[in-house]
Design a protein around this ligand. Structure first.
Ligand code: CA
Length: 223
């Protein structure tokens, strides 16, 4: 889990970075609003912890811009401003939670975990297709209640197909999304990966879910 902290007080930023790192999070820190916004937009963060009073660009405006650009990354406001109107404003602008300084680290950690459990608002945590269940947060998949032992790439491939169930996905799109790169058109990396995935997801079960659409690509659906 990757967290971005946007905080101009060095002491608070160091304290947060240390505590979150010790709890297994990968942490980046930005000390200015503009840098924080840039990182939040280009980085792939699971959560942004955002101070309100920041140099250059305040936290309100950072959040507004993150949401305007369509980024669903959860945001936790951390601020000394504790008036009710301020809290309401933060939540109305699309923050996921609001914590007032000074705070206990244990409370911050509990809130961070609670937000991460919820995941980005626009995405369901568990996808179900027939008796296939994919838990995106826990990186766990089962079929008929039976645990599927998947590699991280196999899980990514299965999640991609499941998120867009019923839609035929081309080999090129799958390669870009799962491997984050382009393959030569004659590369069979995707076909090999799909074959391996089928070995685990479909072969042991009578009902097949992963289908080949000749000349186009692959689709996951209940037929
Ligand atoms: Ca500040």
């Amino acid at each position: 889990m990757h967290i971005l902290i946007v905080e101009d007080e060095k002491k608070t930023a160091d304290y947060l970075r240390k505590g979150l790192s010790e709890n297994g999070f990968v942490v980046d820190v930005a000390v200015q609003g503009e840098d924080g916004l840039h990182l939040a937009l280009v980085g792939n963060y699971d959560l942004v912890i955002l101070d309100v009073m920041l140099p250059e660009r305040d936290g309100w405006s950072v959040l507004v811009e993150i949401r305007r650009r369509g980024k669903p990354t959860p945001v936790l406001f951390l601020t000394a401003r504790d008036s009710i109107p301020d809290r309401v404003k933060g939540l109305e602008l699309g923050a996921d939670d609001y914590l007032v300084k000074p705070f206990a680290f244990s409370e911050l950690l509990a809130r961070v975990r609670s937000i991460l459990r919820r995941g980005p608002a626009r995405q369901p945590e568990i996808l179900c297709i027939a008796d296939l269940e994919i838990d995106l947060m826990r990186h766990k998949a089962t079929r008929g209640g039976q645990y599927l032992d998947l590699t991280p790439k196999e899980f990514a491939l299965l999640s991609l197909l499941a998120r867009r169930t019923g839609e035929v996905l081309s080999r090129t799109l799958i390669a870009e999304q799962v491997w984050d790169m382009n393959f030569d058109s004659d590369s069979n990396v995707v076909d090999v990966a799909v074959r391996r995935l089928r070995g685990k997801v479909d072969d042991p079960f009578p009902k097949k879910l992963v289908h080949t659409v000749r000349g186009v690509g692959y689709v996951l659906e209940e037929r």
